[in-house]
Design a protein around this ligand. Structure first.
Ligand SMILES: [Zn+2]
Ligand SMILES: [Zn+2]
Length: 582
């Protein structure tokens, strides 16, 4: 945690105390339990004599606001076990916590602000009255004491707090927008993806609209990678276990893989959890000289990982996914330049998609815990040095996270921010000096001697699943024209315009536009509304006048009216838009 995060956490935990103080004043016979700060706010769990409802939240907020001005500091004192048990004799939850503290031989500390005491380990604002600029209670939920269903169900009150009113307002707006943009909700409404219990949890079924987005994205990636000097390859989805023993994924990574299929002669086959070993085998299939390097192999490769069912989440956490993967084999001298170029490729994609906020997370091994790190000290040091050097050269903002390395080397994650400021870890990149020797990869240098290549792993567009999940939320479902599953909706005003609608349809289809006609017996207004809800970029309205003049009346999903224009003019406009990806 950095300084600012710690400050915000302290502020929120202090606000949890404030919530408890208000609840105890309003419901003196309720019992308070614990109230930590969490990622975007805080909560406090209570046992109420009578259930409370969300309608009670404003009343609690009002009480909190009354109490807060007197809370100009927290005072803390250490007390004895018997004092503590006397203080909380009415509260079995606190008594249980006190016994645990005693068992662990830790000090029992009481923190007091204003007139309110609480059993606590600390971590508060220096001056809550000044520091808590704005707070809001958000919701009520049931929560078992200590998270165990064997225990009593308590009432959890969630809230959030910020140093200023402005920050709170922004956060509340984000929450509201995030709900509207939730990729699971929009994914269903816009016909993008489905998950079926009969197929299996975490295994994505791409519906026709989603398949268009997936294929457009892949085609774009393939075109750009061709220009950037990549060669495309294709590898199978299953593989004999030996390959993963060579890579070290077995047994190390076993619990994240689907169990093996045993076929005759007791051969074990695994669904592939990553594409790297296959690409190494392609590298090895033909001999290489220094003139072949950097050698860049790219594949939209499908992988399977057995994520715990509790971890599965829409398109973001899945069990089967297709990666925008590539492995680049370089000489040691080329590695940094090549890695910088990989990061420039990320920026190229992000710029095209209007993603302006992103940063790097440099995952390093934790020097205090190197048990899970393979390879020798010298290799790690060199890999870290090269990775850091490359990251620095890009000038992109970077944070370092100890203990976040892969088992065979440091890594760089790109964290991108959606239009409403939510953060998504999208792609992982590595300079890898471990797998080359493991796989006995070689190239001949100018002197004709064998050398081991450095391997760069990269996936700028991440997996189709997570990236499209991100894009749905980033665009709020309103994809740019080049990605929109349906680009144009033709809306004939009356039945007599159907024939003209067909003529317009054929012309648009001939120019590769994704177009549909809304033939339903609905009013023009409701057809326009439905097309807008489906976030279709353009609507073409056809009536008597348009037909007579051989024109089309064009509207955008934002409600802008482009008036009546010739079809040819519209086709040019859309072609330009698709090509430039605006
Ligand atoms: Zn506290
Ligand atoms: Zn890889």
């Amino acid at each position: 945690m950095n300084n600012n995060e710690e400050k915000l956490n302290n502020l929120r935990h202090s606000c949890a105390h404030l919530l408890a103080a208000a609840v105890m004043e309003l419901w003196p016979d309720s019992k308070r339990t614990i109230g930590p700060a969490i990622e975007s706010g805080f909560y406090y769990d209570f046992e109420f004599a009578e259930p409370i409802a969300e309608e009670d939240l404003p009343k609690i907020e009002k009480k909190m606001a009354e109490i807060l001005p007197a809370w100009d500091h927290f005072e803390h004192r250490e007390i004895t076990e018997s004092e503590a048990k006397e203080l909380f004799k009415e509260n079995p939850y606190k008594l249980e916590l006190i016994s645990e503290i005693v068992e662990k031989k830790e000090p029992i500390t009481i923190y007091t602000a204003g007139k309110f005491d609480d059993l606590c380990r600390g971590g508060h604002s220096e001056n809550p009255a000044k520091d808590i600029g704005a707070f809001k209670l958000l919701s009520i939920a049931g929560a078992y004491w200590k998270g165990s269903e064997k225990n009593k169900m308590l009432t959890r009150i969630y809230g959030t707090a910020f140093p200023t009113e402005q920050e709170l307002d922004k956060h509340l707006w984000q929450l509201e927008e995030a709900k509207k943009r939730d990729h699971r909700k929009l994914g269903k409404e816009l016909g993008i993806f489905a998950v079926s219990d009969e197929v299996g949890q975490g295994l994505i079924l791409w519906l026709p609209n989603g398949t268009i987005i997936k294929e457009e994205l892949e085609n774009w990636g393939k075109d750009i990678e061709r220009r950037w000097g990549y060669k495309r390859v294709s590898t199978p989805n299953i593989t004999k276990s030996g390959l993963y023993y060579t890579s070290g994924h077995l047994p190390y990574y076993k619990e994240d893989m689907y169990p093996p299929m045993i076929v005759d002669k007791n051969e074990e086959y695994y669904l592939k959890p990553m594409n790297c070993p296959h690409h190494h085998m392609i590298y090895k299939a033909e001999s290489k000289s220094y003139k072949d390097l950097p050698f860049r192999l790219a594949e939209f490769g499908t992988c399977y990982r057995y994520e715990a069912s509790g971890q599965l989440y829409g398109l973001m956490r899945v069990r089967g996914f297709t990666q925008n993967d590539a492995h680049i084999y370089t000489t040691l001298d080329q590695a940094v330049d090549e890695f910088v170029s990989v990061m420039k490729l990320h920026e190229y994609y992000y710029q095209a998609l209007g993603i302006t906020e992103y940063h790097l997370e440099l995952g390093l091994r934790d020097p205090k815990n190197t048990k899970k790190c393979h390879g020798d000290e010298k290799m790690w040091e060199l890999a870290e040095k090269l990775t850091r050097e490359a990251a620095k050269r890009t000038g992109i903002k970077m944070v370092e996270v100890l203990g976040n390395a892969a088992f065979y080397g440091p890594k760089i994650d790109f964290i991108i921010h959606s239009a409403i400021g939510r953060e998504f870890a999208i792609s992982t990149n590595q300079i890898d000096m471990y797998m080359g020797p493991r796989f006995n990869l070689k190239y001949t240098d100018p002197e004709g001697k064998d050398q081991i290549p450095v391997i760069i792993h990269r996936a700028p567009l991440g997996s189709d699943e997570r990236f499209i999940g991100f894009l749905i939320e980033h665009f709020g479902g309103a994809f740019p024209t080049w990605l929109a599953p349906v680009q144009v909706q033709i809306i004939p005003i009356a039945d007599r315009h159907q024939k003209y609608a067909q003529i317009v349809l054929e012309q648009l289809k001939d120019s590769s536009t994704r177009v549909e006609v809304d033939n339903r017996q609905e009013t023009m207004q409701s057809k326009i509304r439905d097309a807008q809800n489906q976030k279709i970029p353009y609507m073409i309205i056809l009536g008597d006048r348009e037909e007579k003049d051989s024109m089309i009346a064009v509207r955008t999903r934002a409600g802008e009216n482009l008036g009546a224009i010739p079809i040819k003019e519209f086709l040019e406009k859309i072609k330009l838009e698709v090509e430039s990806k605006v």
